[in-house]
Write a protein that binds this ligand. Structure first.
Ligand code: CP3
Length: 357
C-alpha cells in the first residue's frame, strides 16, 4: 500500500490471504493452517491419478497434472496455503544431474557426484528454460485460488540437495556427504555454492510466477553438528535469504529442518520470516528460543492424525495455546504420512478453521 491511504491499506490487507497476514504479525482471528505434503498418497484422488500416470516425473512436470494435484487438497479441505505439487529434486535435471523418483524406493540419482570434476559438470539452473511448467502452474494456481489462500512455492536447501546428489538418494548415515565435507570441503563448498545461486533464482522465479510465500526445505541439515551446520548450511541459507530479500523484500520465507531442536537459534540467524518446527521441541519453548520477530509453523506430530478425533482436537488446541496469539501457522512437524485417514485430515482442518483467539 505504498502511498495509499490508510483505508486503502486496510482493504488491501483484508484482501490478502490469512497466511500472509499472520506471518506479518497482523491481528488475525485464528492461525492459518495447511499441511506439509498435503498433496499426495494419503488421498484416494491422488492414488487414482497415479494409476493413470505412474511416473512421478510426469505427474510433477506436466502443467495440467501439477495444477490438478496441487488443487486436490484445496478442493476437499480448503487449507489456507496451497503448495505447488513438485519435489525439491525437480530442478536437478536442469542442472545436468539425472534423477528419478521410484515407487517404493524414493529418489534415485543415477550418477552420484563424487569428485571436483563431477561438481564442475553441474550446470547452473535457469528455471525459465528448465522448468517452465512450474511457473505456468503457479500462475494458474494463483488465479484458481484467487487469494482465498496463499499459493506456496518451495525449494530444497543447498545442503539437503547436496546430500541427495552425493549419497545417490535417501540416506541413513550420510556417510558419503560427510566424507566429502570432512576430507574435501572445497569440493562440497563449490557444490553448495552452485545450489545456492540456483535456488536463489528459483525462489525469485516462483515468486514472479505467482508464489506468495516460499518454503525452504533443509530437511537433513540437522544431520550436521552445530559447528558443521555453521560451515555447510547456515552461510548458504543466509546468502539465499539475503539475496531474495534484496529483490523481493515482501516475500515471506519459511525454513524447515527436520529434528531442528538443537539448532533453533541458528535457524533464526538465517533471516527467514518463519521457522517450521518439528514435534521434538515444545512449541512454547521453540517460540521463546526463536524470539518475537519470527513466526512459527508446524510442530504437530504427523502421527497424531492416526489418533481419535478427540485426541487430534486436543493436540491442535494444545499447539495453538502454546504458540500464542498471532505469527503462527498451524501445520504438522513433518510431511503427512502415507496411510493417514482422509477423514482425520478433514477433522484436523475443521477444528483448525473453527479456532478463534
Ligand atoms: O507438500 C506438498 O504436498 C508438495 C509436494 C512435495 C513433494 N515433495 C511431493 C512428493 C514436497 C514439498 C516435497 C519436498 C521434499 N521432497 C522434501 C522435503 C520435505 C521433507 O519431507 O523433508 C524431500 C526431502 C524430498 C525428497 C523426496 N521426494 C523423498 C525422500 C521422496 C520419497 C518419499 C516416499 O515416501 O516415497 C520423494 C517423493 C515424493 N515427493 C512423493 C511426493 C508426494 C511420494 C512419491 C509419490 O507420490 O509417488
Amino acid at each position: 500500500a505504498v502511498g495509499g491511504s490508510v483505508a486503502e491499506a486496510q482493504v488491501a490487507s483484508i484482501a490478502e490471504p490469512l497466511l500472509l497476514n499472520a506471518v506479518r504479525g497482523d491481528d488475525v482471528e485464528r492461525p492459518p493452517v495447511w499441511l506439509m505434503r498435503q498433496a499426495g498418497r494419503y488421498m484416494k484422488s491422488y492414488q487414482t491419478l497415479c494409476e493413470r500416470y505412474p511416473s512421478f516425473r510426469e505427474r510433477s512436470e506436466n502443467v495440467d497434472l501439477v495444477v490438478e494435484i496441487s488443487l486436490q487438497p484445496w478442493k476437499v479441505f480448503k487449507p489456507d496455503g496451497v503448495i505447488l505439487f513438485s519435489d525439491i529434486l525437480t530442478p536437478l535435471s536442469g542442472m545436468n544431474i539425472p534423477f528419478d523418483i521410484v515407487k517404493g524406493k524414493g529418489p534415485v540419482i543415477f550418477d552420484p557426484l563424487q569428485t571436483a570434476d563431477d561438481v564442475g559438470q553441474v550446470r547452473e539452473f535457469v528455471p525459465q528454460e528448465s522448468v517452465p511448467y512450474v511457473g505456468e502452474a503457479l500462475t494458474i494456481l494463483r488465479k484458481e485460488v484467487d487469494n482465498k489462500a496463499a499459493v506456496l512455492g518451495f525449494v530444497g536447501a543447498p545442503f539437503t540437495l547436496a546430500s541427495y546428489v552425493v549419497e545417490g538418494g535417501s540416506s541413513k548415515h550420510f556417510s558419503k556427504i560427510k566424507r566429502l565435507a570432512f576430507s574435501q570441503p572445497k569440493v562440497l563448498h563449490a557444490l553448495l555454492q552452485k545450489f545456492t545461486t540456483s535456488m536463489t533464482k528459483y525462489i525469485r522465479y516462483q515468486a514472479d510466477s505467482g508464489a506468495q510465500a516460499v518454503q525452504i526445505f533443509d530437511s537433513w541439515a540437522t544431520e550436521l553438528s552445530p559447528v558443521d551446520f555453521e560451515e555447510f548450511s547456515l552461510p548458504y541459507l543466509k546468502q539465499i535469504v539475503d539475496a531474495v530479500k534484496e529483490t523481493h523484500p515482501d516475500l515471506p520465507l519459511i525454513l524447515y529442518a527436520s529434528g531442528s531442536g538443537g539448532l533453533l537459534e541458528r535457524l533464526a540467524l538465517t533471516g527467514v520470516d518463519v521457522v517450521s518446527l518439528d514435534w521434538t521441541v515444545d512449541m512454547a519453548e521453540g517460540r521463546r528460543r526463536l524470539g518475537p520477530n519470527i513466526a512459527v509453523q508446524g510442530n504437530v506430530d504427523p502421527g497424531v492424525l492416526f489418533g481419535s478425533k478427540e485426541f487430534i482436537t486436543s493436540r491442535i488446541n494444545d499447539t495453538v495455546r502454546k504458540a500464542g496469539r498471532g505469527k503462527h501457522i498451524l501445520n504438522l512437524g513433518h510431511g503427512i504420512v502415507v496411510g493417514t485417514p482422509e477423514e482425520n485430515v478433514a477433522h484436523f482442518f475443521e477444528v483448525a478453521k473453527d479456532i478463534r483467539y
